[in-house]
Design a binder for this molecule. Structure first.
Ligand SMILES: Cc1cc2nc3c(=O)[nH]c(=O)nc-3n(C[C@H](O)[C@H](O)[C@H](O)COP(=O)(O)OP(=O)(O)OC[C@H]3O[C@@H](n4cnc5c(N)ncnc54)[C@H](O)[C@@H]3O)c2cc1C
Length: 452
C-alpha cells in the first residue's frame, strides 16, 4: 500500500481543478424504450472510431473459443485465445479489422457504486443535464451517455475507468476529499512541483481512478463530475484472423492475448464471456474502415514478405488461409515468405498449420525464431541471415512487405533489421538505406499494422 504522506511536498501549487457543469436528475421516471444498452442507445450522433460509414453495430455470438497458447510465467508467455464469432453477413477480406465494444467488469462496477455511495440508486433511471448554474458556454452532455440511463449503465458501458488521470482531474478530486492528508496528497500530485511523483505513481506504476479511490477513502466525487470528465469507453480493434472462403462471411475469427496478472478491459470481458455457461454469449462488433493491409484475390499473382511477432501473426493466418483456398481453383503465381518471432516454439500460433502450409506450397519460405531459452534469436536476425534473397524479392515490382507486431519497440527493431539488409546487399550507408526504406513505405511496398 502506498504511503500517501510520503508524496506530499512542503510547498506546491495545485493544478487548476476541472470544473463541474453537469447534474444528475433522478426524478425522471422515464424508462428507456429500447432493449439496447449503453452506447448502443446513443443514436447516430455517436460515432464509433474508424467505423465504415454504412456499418452498424452487430451482435455476434461467440460460437467457439480455443486457447491457442497457455500462459507461462517462466518465459513471460501470454495466454492467447481464438474466438469464432457468428454474425449476420459481414463483408470482409483477410487483414481487415473489427471494433469490439468493451464493458467494465460487473464486480468492478459494483465496487465503484458501493464506494461512491450510489449502490441504492445503481439501477434508478436518471438523466444527465446541464447544471442550472452552468455558466460555461461550451459545456455539453457527453454524446456517449444515453438520454435516460442509470449509474450502473454509465459505469458499465460508457466510461473508461482505467484511463491515465490528468493533473487537473486529480486537483478536482482533491476538492471532493474531506480528509486533510488525502486532500493534500491529491492536490500535491496535481502540482508542477510534484511532477516526479506524478510520473512515478500515475505513468510508471499505473495508478488509475479505482486505485486512487482505494488510497483516498474520503474522496467522494459526484457522479455528474465523473460523467463529464472520465473519458469515453472506446471500442478496441482486432484483426480478422481467417478467410471468408473458409467458412462464409457469417463467421469470423479473432485472436487475442491476455496480459497477466491484470488483463485489460476488453480482454477480461472476452475471457468472462467465454466462460459463461449459458450459450451463446454475444459481443458487439462493427467493421472498421479498410486499408491496404489486406490480402485479396488479386494478390495471388504478387509476392508477399510477411513478418509477424507474437499475436501479430493473427492477420497473416487469414492471408494464408485465403491463398490456400484460392489455390485450390487456380495455382497462385506469387511467392509468400513468412518470418515469425515468438517467445517459445509453443507460443507460435497454429505452428502445425504453418508447417502444413509450407508443405503444400502456400508458403515458399517459413522461418521461425524464439526469444526465450538457451539461444534466443529475433526476427531481425532471420532477416539479416536471408538478406541477399530477401532484398532481391523485396525489390521486385510486385512484392509487398507486411509487418504486424504487438509493440512499438519490436516494429522499430524490425525496421532497423531491414535497414541493415539494404545496407549489406546494396552497399549503402545507413542514411541512404533509411531513405530507401522510407521510399518503400511511400510506394506502399512496406505496410505495417500498428497495434498501439
Ligand atoms: C489495428 C489494430 C489491430 C489490433 N488487433 C489485435 C489482435 O488481433 N489481437 C490482439 O490481441 N490485439 C489487437 N490489437 C490490440 C487491441 O485493440 C487491444 O489494445 C488489446 O487487446 C488490449 O485491450 P484491452 O481493452 O483488454 O486492454 P486495456 O484495458 O486497453 O489495457 C490497458 C493497458 O494494458 C496493456 N495491455 C492490455 N492487454 C495487453 C496485452 N494483451 N498485451 C500487452 N499489453 C496489454 C496495454 O498497455 C494497455 O494500454 C489491435 C490494435 C490495433 C490498433
Amino acid at each position: 500500500m502506498t504511503d500517501i504522506e510520503a508524496f506530499i511536498l512542503n510547498e506546491f501549487i495545485p493544478a487548476k481543478p476541472l470544473d463541474s457543469n453537469l447534474e444528475v436528475d433522478f426524478t425522471l421516471r422515464k424508462q428507456p424504450k429500447s432493449e439496447k444498452c449503453g452506447q448502443r442507445r446513443c443514436g447516430d450522433i455517436l460515432k464509433f472510431p474508424f467505423a465504415q460509414t454504412s456499418s452498424t453495430l452487430t451482435a455476434a455470438s461467440i460460437k467457439h473459443s480455443q486457447v491457442l497458447v497457455e500462459a507461462d510465467k517462466a518465459t513471460e508467455t501470454k495466454r492467447v485465445v481464438e474466438l469464432t464469432l457468428e454474425s449476420d453477413d459481414f463483408d470482409y477480406e483477410p487483414g481487415d479489422t473489427i471494433g469490439v465494444l468493451p464493458s467494465n467488469a460487473p464486480a468492478v462496477v459494483e465496487q465503484l457504486l458501493n464506494r461512491l455511495g450510489l449502490i441504492d440508486q445503481a439501477d434508478t433511471i436518471c438523466q444527465i443535464k446541464l447544471a442550472l448554474k452552468c455558466a460555461k458556454k461550451s459545456a455539453k452532455i457527453p454524446a456517449h451517455i444515453p438520454d435516460s440511463t442509470c449509474p450502473r449503465e454509465i459505469f458499465t458501458h460508457c466510461l473508461a475507468l482505467n484511463g491515465v488521470l490528468q493533473k487537473q482531474f486529480l486537483s478536482a478530486l482533491a476538492s471532493y476529499t474531506s480528509d486533510a492528508k488525502e486532500r493534500g496528497f491529491l492536490a500535491c500530485l496535481s502540482s508542477k512541483q510534484a511532477t516526479a511523483h506524478y510520473n512515478s505513481l500515475i505513468l510508471e506504476q499505473g495508478l488509475r481512478f479505482p486505485d486512487i479511490l482505494e488510497l483516498c477513502a474520503s474522496c467522494q466525487p459526484p457522479l455528474a463530475f465523473l460523467v463529464e470528465h472520465l473519458p469515453r469507453l472506446l471500442p478496441r480493434p482486432y484483426s480478422i484472423a481467417n478467410s471468408p472462403l473458409e467458412s462464409g462471411t457469417q463467421e469470423l475469427r479473432i485472436i487475442y492475448s491476455v496480459l497477466s496478472p491484470k488483463a485489460g478491459v476488453t480482454t477480461s470481458m472476452l475471457e468472462a464471456k467465454c466462460q459463461r455457461q449459458e450459450q451463446p454469449a454475444k459481443v458487439f462488433i462493427y467493421p472498421r474502415l479498410t486499408n491496404t493491409f489486406r490480402y485479396t484475390e488479386k494478390d495471388l499473382c504478387s509476392n508477399q514478405i510477411l513478418i509477424a511477432v507474437g499475436t501479430g501473426l493473427a492477420p497473416f493466418l487469414g492471408f494464408l488461409a485465403h491463398k490456400e483456398h484460392h489455390q485450390k481453383q487456380q495455382p497462385a503465381k506469387g511467392q509468400t515468405w513468412l518470418y515469425v518471432g515468438a517467445k517459445t516454439p509453443q507460443a507460435v500460433l497454429k505452428r502445425n498449420k504453418l508447417l502444413a502450409w509450407q508443405q503444400s506450397s502456400v508458403l515458399q519460405r517459413l522461418r521461425m525464431c524464439h526469444s526465450r531459452g538457451e539461444s534466443p534469436s529475433y526476427v531481425q536476425q532471420l532477416l539479416e541471415e536471408d538478406a541477399e534473397e530477401l532484398v532481391k524479392l523485396l525489390l521486385k515490382p510486385d512484392t509487398v512487405l507486411y509487418i504486424c507486431a504487438d509493440g512499438a519497440k519490436i516494429s522499430t527493431s524490425i525496421a532497423s533489421g531491414l535497414c541493415l539488409c539494404l545496407q549489406k546487399v546494396l552497399h549503402l550507408d545507413e542514411t541512404e538505406a533509411t531513405r530507401q526504406l522510407k521510399e518503400l513505405r511511400e510506394q506502399g511496398k512496406y505496410r505495417e499494422d500498428l497495434w498501439l
